[in-house]
Design a binder for this molecule. Structure first.
Ligand code: SF4
Length: 297
């Protein structure tokens, strides 16, 4: 019912919500993020190192997603109640593991002396707890993950979620999708600041993925933005055929805009860095991992 396909490598530019957001935010940030090895000014190792920097909100979101996926995997094997004490131990271990591996922009750019467990653990715990207390948890346990339902659900995969939308290479990595009585519900966990416009665009991309990659009709697709803090809440969408078609048109226009910055669009090789100007919006730079390279630290 739900399939995760694999595609052979092609050099073609792959559209994603985050790629286009980066492109729209700052062309230079886009260049450093997606064309690292083409830069002649800074060593690729330095750009890569900066690219790997994370922030407390980003790391909170990543930890929440990992733990939610683990909770869903566990429910897929057994519908018995989650042992909250064991879960609390797992959450703490996972957050600590990520803390040990992460390099924080706040520390690198000397905004904070260190990031420690109490910075991350309470918000991660609160998000997971909000889900466990929500009607969505009961729905997953009691309606989705019933014995014998086989591949009726998809839990966030470890890969990049490569897919094809109207023939374009794209990346759509859904957090959770499940089919119940012919209806596909796509759930996206939200642990950060609420941005309804951005979320609506992202969920339309997932709806297009459901139609073009998974073969559903728009009327069979429902999208759910599941906000995990400050308290659990959902925004449910039911995109129409016209919504999905308009999204695909917009996506195609975005692909063309990004391809215009390539010297060889078919090989996805960029023009020189000078074609990718720095943004004039200093507020964006304050949160950018590359600000050292732009003398905006
Ligand atoms: S520091 Fe500012 S100008 Fe430089 S890449 Fe980041 S957002 Fe763009």
């Amino acid at each position: 019912m739900l399939a995760s396909r694999k595609y052979p490598f092609t050099p073609e530019l792959g559209w994603s919500v985050s790629r286009y957001n980066t492109f729209a935010t700052c062309r230079r940030q886009y260049y450093y993020t997606y064309y690292t090895k083409f830069d002649r000014e800074h060593p690729a190792s330095l750009i890569e190192r900066l690219k790997q920097l994370t922030t407390v909100p980003m790391e909170t979101g990543t930890a929440v997603h990992i733990i939610m996926a683990a909770v869903l995997e566990r429910l897929s094997k057994s519908q018995s109640d989650i042992n909250l004490q064991r879960l609390a131990g797992f959450v703490e271990t996972e957050v600590q593991r990520r803390l040990n591996a992460a390099r924080f922009a706040e520390v690198y750019y000397q905004e904070a002396p260190a990031v420690v467990l109490p910075d991350l653990l309470p918000p991660v715990r609160a998000c997971v707890r909000a889900f466990l207390d929500s009607p969505r948890y009961s729905w997953v346990r009691d309606e989705v993950m019933q014995p014998g339902r086989g591949n009726a659900w998809l839990i966030e995969s470890a890969d990049y979620g490569e897919c094809r939308i109207a023939g374009h290479k794209a990346y759509c990595k859904v957090d959770f999708a499940a089919v119940v009585e012919g209806q596909l519900t796509i759930v996206d966990w939200k642990s950060g600041r609420r941005d309804d416009a951005k979320t609506a665009h992202q969920l339309l991309a997932y709806a297009a993925w459901a139609v073009h990659e998974q073969g559903f009709t728009p009327s069979q697709v429902r999208t759910v933005a599941a906000y995990l803090q400050p308290e659990y809440g959902e925004v449910v969408g039911q995109p129409s055929t016209a919504d999905v078609a308009a999204f695909v048109e917009q996506m195609q226009a975005q692909v063309e805009q990004m391809r215009a910055y390539c010297a060889n669009p078919d090989q996805n090789t960029p023009h020189g860095k000078e074609a990718f100007p720095q943004t004039e919006n200093a507020t964006v730079c304050r949160h950018c991992c590359f600000r050292q390279l732009c003398d905006r630290a």
